[in-house]
Every structure is written in C-alpha cells, then in structure tokens.
Design a protein around this ligand. Structure first.
Ligand SMILES: Nc1ncnc2c1ncn2[C@@H]1O[C@H](COP(=O)(O)OP(=O)(O)OP(=O)(O)O)[C@@H](O)[C@H]1O
Ligand SMILES: [Mg+2]
Length: 502
C-alpha cells in the first residue's frame, strides 16, 4: 500500500494519537492541535491548517493554523468551493497541488494579506459518516520537494484520526448536556433546586459553605429578599453528612404563634381544641437531618426561649406534654431583616441571636454578581421552556444587554419571573429585549439622551418616567398624579404635551 514500506516513526505517532483519542474526550482542540503538529512534522511541511465546516452557514473556518503566520490566519474563513481547501471540502476529495501558480483553484488572498508565500499544498478531507466536516492542509514541502502519493495516504490516516476526535467531542458534548439536564431533574425531583454559581463572589461563598457544611453548628444566612438564601441552606445540607436525611423548611412568618409552635414541636391529643390526636412536629420529623427556619426574625418572643433550648440541648416538649423529646437536628436560619436592630429593639432575644449567629453567611445581591446572570437566565429558560413546551433557544444579544444592565431590586427571584414572563410573551425562537418587560434605568447610560440639550433630555426623561408610573398604576391618572406628587390636571397636560400614549 505505501510506496516506501511502513514508516516506523509515523506508525508510532499514530498509535500515540490513537491512545489519546480514546482517553480524553473533553479536550478536542488540544488533540486536534497534536494531530496537526504531528502530520505537519511527518509530512515535512512548513505550515498547515485545520479547517472545520460550520453547518449553519456552510463556511470553512480556520480552527488551527500552524507556521510563521498561523495566528493571523486563524481569523479567516472560506466559502465552500473557494481555494484548494474549499474545493476539497466541496468535492470531499484529497488534492495535491505542487505548483499553486499553475492551478486556478488556488486562492491567494489570505496568503497575500498575512504575507505568506505558498508554493505547494496538500489537502485532505476529514469525514464523519462519509460527510466532509473539515479539511487538513499542509503547505510548502521543505527543500522545495513535491508532495507525493505516499504523503497523501499518510495525511488521510491523520485526517481520519482527527475526524474521530471531533466526533467523540461532539458526542461528549451532547451527553454532557443531557447529564446536566438529568441532574437538574433529579435534584428537582428530590425537592431541591439546581444551584447556579458562576461569579467569583458566589464561588467564595460556596467555599465557605464547603467548610461549614460538615460541622453541626447552626448557620444564620443573611441577605436581601430573593438572593437565594434558601438555596444556600439546601447546599449546606446537601454537602453535609446529613444529606440522605430529611431537609425540612419552616417559614416562621407564615403561621401565627400557636400554630407555629405545634408545627415545629408537635402536640399531644387534647392540647387544644383542634388537637384530636398526637402529632409529631417538624423537629421530630427532621431527626438526623436539617431544619431550615426561614424568616427567623419573625419568630414570636414566646417561642424564642423554646428555640434557644433546642439549640442548647436538642430538647423540647410537644405542646400539651411534659415529656422531653431529644432530637439530633441541625438548624439553619435565614432572614432578610436587620436582625441587629430587632435585638436592639428587644423583639429578638440576644442570647438566641448569638447562638444562631455562630456561623453567619451573607449572600450578596444579584447586582453585585452580574457574572451569574447569563447562567441563571439560561437555567430558568431551560426549565420554563421545558415546562411550557415552548422551544426557545436563548436570548438575543440585545435581551442579554438588558439582563446585564438591569439592577435587579428583586434579585434572582425577579430574574426568574422576568424569564418566565418573557417565555410566555415570546413569539420568536429567541427571547427579545422587549419580551422581558424590564425598564433599564440609569438615564446617563441611555443613548436616547446623548447629544441632546438639557431641556430636551429632561423632556425625554419626563416622558419615560411618567409613562412608567402610569403603567405601574394601570393608567389611572388620579393615582399616578398622587404618586408623582403633582395635580391631576397638570398630569393630563403633560400627557398631551409630551405625547404620552399606551
Ligand atoms: N444560585 C441560584 N441558582 C439557581 N436558582 C436560584 C439561585 N438563587 C436563587 N434562585 C432562584 O430564586 C428563587 C429565590 O431564591 P430563595 O427563595 O432562596 O431566596 P431567598 O433569599 O430565600 O428570598 P426571601 O428572603 O424572599 O425568602 C428560588 O426559588 C430559585 O428559583
Ligand atoms: Mg426564602
């Protein structure tokens, strides 16, 4: 088959590459680079490129280019049929051109632009299931020698290896995506949330969580509303040795004192009028696991003493009983209120606060960690689009700009709601800026003010501000005027003057 018998060096390189292809599916680019380097060295070329066909526009892109001008070449692309590589891709056939000046298929533009002179080219297709997915080309055989049939056969073998690496990487990506989806579904089926964490600030918090999770100390999670405090509580539980035991949530603001006490600690038959049988409370049900006390700042004073005893001795009595029950429960509490102030005001016991606050964890607002926004938005989009069976692929770049420049007073919960609403109103395969229904503020940031006089800018601002306030108040002029602090008659004059309409 090979003119000069089997070349030992080439064979060894191939075996090495083969081993790599079968060991690491995640670094396809690194592998392609190795394949191209070996192929270039072994065929005696001066420079080389590996081009890939992008199916969405049928163009060939320089994925990797080696040699003196490689880095510059990587910016370019070719149409199918354009140049030697384009011809190879279009015809799905190898080609050797030992004098490019005599071949009209040669396209010298890129070489000219980067200042590289080409004399000879050997190019072969990379195929997956017989379809050409890219091209490997080697330029200028050293010492002015021509490329030969033997070179071509070897290069085809390298191209087959490269195609295999690409195919593996594609399958790997597809499978990884499916694994993420399945993991999401599993976590959700168990009643937990998929936890997104991309920003350095959040990664810092997670590092703290990892350190405090294995301890049994109570944790107090602080932060604005909607930042994800409950999700942090889940993460602490899931990263602790209690992860296979229950995680129970109690919102201390949701029930009035008496009911809350029985919910937390249980009651015995006859303890109060409705108590027709014994009932175990959340602390008993959470035995061995974790209890999450949300809005702890709302815990009535009368229950605070009982809670303190649980924290100190893991002991309590059911309502209406004198029998002491012992449990092993880790307590995680959260609040978005200024609990220091509550302590100062005497509505929250200082001793309980100290006991809870052994390990405080502050969750920063979303506006301080914009790096999380794209991933959070993509996650909500995946979920909502699955639930509503509306296949939406992503966000337009303008929609992403809106997401990134909005200040998110309602934090992650507001982002979640905005994505849900956008999916409902969306009429395209991508979410558009308008679908989000967000008002991106910061007057000085907005283009519509640029190059205008002060008076004009003020009018532009007035118009948008009034329109926004009208919208917020269902276009009721009386309420809107009140909110704006102006007379109703003045408001209707402004509406006319500024040409404000629905
Ligand atoms: N890191 C995150 N990854 C994925 N989703 C998140 C994340 N943080 C928050 N969310 C989403 O935002 C919603 C609000 O989060 P969560 O209920 O934990 O906020 P909170 O801080 O407890 O708010 P509140 O103080 O109002 O109770 C969650 O239901 C979840 O869907
Ligand atoms: Mg909460």
């Amino acid at each position: 088959m090979f003119k000069s018998g089997v070349d030992q060096r080439k064979l060894e390189t191939l075996i090495e590459i083969n081993a790599q292809i079968n060991s690491d599916y995640s670094d396809a680019r690194g592998l392609l680079q190795t394949i191209l380097e070996s192929a270039t060295r072994l065929s005696g070329g001066e420079a080389s490129s590996l081009l890939l066909v992008r199916p969405e526009n049928n163009k060939l892109y320089f994925e990797i280019a080696l040699g003196a001008k490689g880095a510059e070449v990587e910016k370019y692309s070719l149409n199918l049929g354009e140049g030697i590589a384009g011809w190879v891709a279009q015809n799905n056939r190898s080609l050797i051109v030992n004098n490019v000046d005599e071949d009209e298929r040669y396209f010298g533009d890129i070489g000219k632009q980067v200042g590289y002179e080409t004399h000879s080219i050997m190019a072969v297709p990379m195929r997956i299931h017989d379809r050409c997915v890219g091209v490997i080309e080697i330029l200028n055989k050293k010492d002015g020698k021509p490329f030969e049939e033997d070179d071509r056969q070897w290069l085809e073998i390298f191209a087959t290896q490269a195609a295999l690496a690409i195919q593996n990487a594609q399958s790997f990506q597809r499978v990884s995506r499916e694994v993420v989806l399945l993991q999401d579904q599993m976590v959700e089926q168990q009643g937990y949330h998929h936890f997104v964490c991309e920003s350095p600030v959040m990664k810092d918090r997670v590092a703290i969580v990892e350190r405090l999770a294995p301890t049994d100390s109570s944790v107090l999670i602080l932060g604005e509303s909607g930042v994800g405090k409950e999700l942090f509580a889940e993460q602490i539980h899931l990263r602790s040795t209690r992860r296979d035991r229950p995680f129970l949530r109690v919102n201390c603001a949701a029930l009035p004192g008496g009911l809350l006490e029985s919910e937390l600690f249980g009651h015995v038959k006859g303890a109060f009028t409705d108590a027709q049988s014994d009932r175990r409370g959340r602390f008993e049900l959470a035995d061995g696991g974790t209890i999450f006390l949300d809005e702890i700042g709302e815990l009535p004073l009368a229950l605070q003493a009982k809670m303190l005893r649980v924290l100190q001795h893991q002991a309590f009595e059911r309502v209406g009983s004198s029998e002491t029950i012992k449990v092993d429960v880790r307590i995680i509490a959260a609040t978005n209120k200024d609990i220091d102030q509550a302590v100062a005001d005497g509505t929250f016991r200082r001793d309980l606060y100290y006991r809870l606050n052994v390990l405080p964890l502050y969750v920063p607002p979303l506006r301080e960690r914009a790096e999380d926004i794209p991933e959070l938005a993509a996650h909500f989009l995946r979920r909502v689009s699955r639930e509503t069976k509306k296949p939406i692929s992503g966000f337009s770049s303008e929609a992403m700009d809106v997401l990134l420049s909005y200040t998110w007073p309602g934090n992650v919960r507001e982002l979640e709601n905005a994505v849900e609403r956008a999916v409902v109103v969306s009429r395209t395969s991508e979410i558009q800026g308008d679908d989000l229904g967000l008002h991106v503020g910061g007057p000085l940031k907005e283009e519509r003010y640029l190059g205008k006089t002060l008076k004009d800018s003020v009018n532009v601002f007035k118009k948008h501000f009034i329109r926004h306030t009208l919208e917020q108040n269902g276009w009721n002029q009386t309420t809107t005027a009140k909110v704006l602090g102006i007379q109703r008659t003045y408001l209707s004059r402004l509406i006319k003057e500024l040409d404000i309409s629905r």
